[in-house]
Ligand binder design. Structure first.
Ligand code: SF4
Ligand code: SF4
Length: 437
């Protein structure tokens, strides 16, 4: 398949995309776990239908590219189907391969922005800072029309800037500078990988991560990483995604972190992508080995929370937890954060119905397919309201933005926060500023 990975790292080992698609026996076991199938009832919008389309594409038998484009573009890449599939079919990776084949090289403009973020981060921050200033001054329309947003032509970033409730005055890098929980890499118990969401849109999450892990794990060190390349991987050019991955790995290798010390990322979408870096380099043994060494050190920040040390917060009202899709399906790591959150939930922790269903955020999905996304968001907010929780925890920036938007419309009594914010708050109420051993 042109412009694709060609080979995939699956649960069953390395497979060609065709072999992986052929693993689908069309049993239909995954159908009810797929939010887009449940919402539409359309076979083409199911994992089975999408796998069949990719297989036809690989066999050169696709006769309706427009329908295939619609079916593949409406996939949330949530991975719920992969989690329940008895044949371990990697449907999200196959959907991405199909999309790449249909659209060719991807968005050149997006890649230009990704390159700008990687090669000239200070300039990028300056431009973003002005966009946020426009927003804070109430000039949201001007922000949307500013040179930066025009240059980006990224519905997701443009909408995020306009949608994120509080345009932050400072980036996470600025907020974290000089914090007492952080120090030199050579003495660190964990390294901080700053995903773009917490870094540019929600620095409060990065500060909470520093406070929480600083108290429970020990001093950390900021890696000063560039963007992980996920946007290029999903919507742009694989070459740019690989360039981003190489830059991240080089930064990690030169960081001076002691052997075995984990790298924590506090956005589940980025953490899952960092862990999947080896798949980008299957045809390049030297870089594959470096990517594997790096990926083995990556943790979703919530995976580092020692549940037994998280104090109870008696002031916290009833809590529920929305599992970010990349945490649940990409990393398979809901148990550790759930245990930590139950430890602190003074008002109790209610389980969410249909927790495996995506909230409809899914990166650009909310803005590319607003109607379908809106339906999923409404269902998610109804499920949250059914629990009567007043706080919902979610570990991905995209989920937080989507849930904040949905809750303000459908269930304003509840607010969405990152688990690290809850842990930092619980610690602060107990007056625990430092590692409690
Ligand atoms: S993706 Fe898996 S669960 Fe779904 S139809 Fe194919 S084999 Fe069955
Ligand atoms: S990744 Fe999600 S939306 Fe896409 S086919 Fe699988 S379950 Fe459906």
């Amino acid at each position: 398949m042109k412009d694709g990975l060609g080979s995939l790292l699956t649960t069953l080992g390395e497979r060609s995309a065709y072999d992986a698609a052929s693993q689908c026996s069309r049993c239909g076991y995954c159908e009810q776990s797929c939010p887009t199938y449940v919402a539409t009832g359309r076979e083409a919008f199911s994992p089975r239908g999408r796998n069949q389309l990719v297989r036809l594409m690989l066999e050169g038998k696709l006769d309706d590219p427009a329908s295939a484009e619609e079916a593949l573009s409406t996939c949330l890449l949530c991975g719920a189907c992969q989690t329940v599939c008895p044949a371990h079919v990697p449907t999200p990776d196959l959907v991405l391969e199909g999309r790449r084949a249909l659209r060719g090289k991807g968005s050149a403009l997006l890649d230009a922005v990704a390159k700008l973020m990687r090669e000239r981060p200070a300039f990028f921050r300056l431009l973003l800072g002005w966009a946020f200033r426009f927003k804070r001054w109430g000039l949201a329309g001007l922000a949307a029309r500013s040179g930066l947003l025009r240059l980006m032509r990224l519905p997701v970033l443009e909408e995020m800037i306009l949608t994120v409730p509080d345009a932050p005055a400072r980036t996470a890098d600025e907020e974290l500078a000089g914090r007492p929980e952080l120090g030199p890499a050579s003495e660190a118990a964990w390294g901080y990988f700053a995903p773009c969401g917490p870094r540019y849109l929600m620095p409060r999450v990065a500060v909470a991560t520093a406070k929480a892990l600083g108290a429970l794990v020990g001093k950390g060190a900021v890696l000063g990483n560039p963007c992980c390349g996920l946007l290029s991987f999903n919507y742009g050019d694989l070459d740019e995604a690989r360039a981003a991955a190489r830059a991240v790995i080089e930064r990690f290798e030169g960081s001076g972190l002691p052997p075995g010390v984990p790298v924590a990322a506090d956005c589940s979408s980025c953490a899952a992508f960092l862990k999947s870096y080896p798949q980008l380099f299957l045809a390049d043994p030297a870089w594959r080995a470096r990517a594997e060494a790096f990926a083995a050190r990556v943790r979703d920040a919530v995976e580092l929370l020692p549940a037994e040390k998280v104090p109870k917060n008696e002031a916290l009202p009833l809590l529920t937890v929305h599992d970010a899709c990349r945490l649940r399906n990409g990393e398979g790591s809901t148990a550790v954060p759930r245990a930590a959150l139950k430890s602190l939930a003074g008002g109790g922790c209610a389980e969410l119905g249909r927790a495996e269903h995506c909230c409809g955020g899914a990166g650009a999905f909310a803005f590319v397919h607003p109607e379908l996304s809106g339906e999923l968001l409404k269902a998610k907010c109804a499920a949250i309201a059914d629990t009567q929780a007043r706080v919902v925890a979610a570990s991905s920036t995209s989920c937080l933005i989507q849930l904040e938007r949905g809750l303000s419309m459908y269930y304003p009594e509840c607010k969405a926060v990152h688990p690290m914010e809850l842990v930092a708050d619980a610690l602060q109420r107990r007056g625990i500023p430092e590692k409690n051993g």
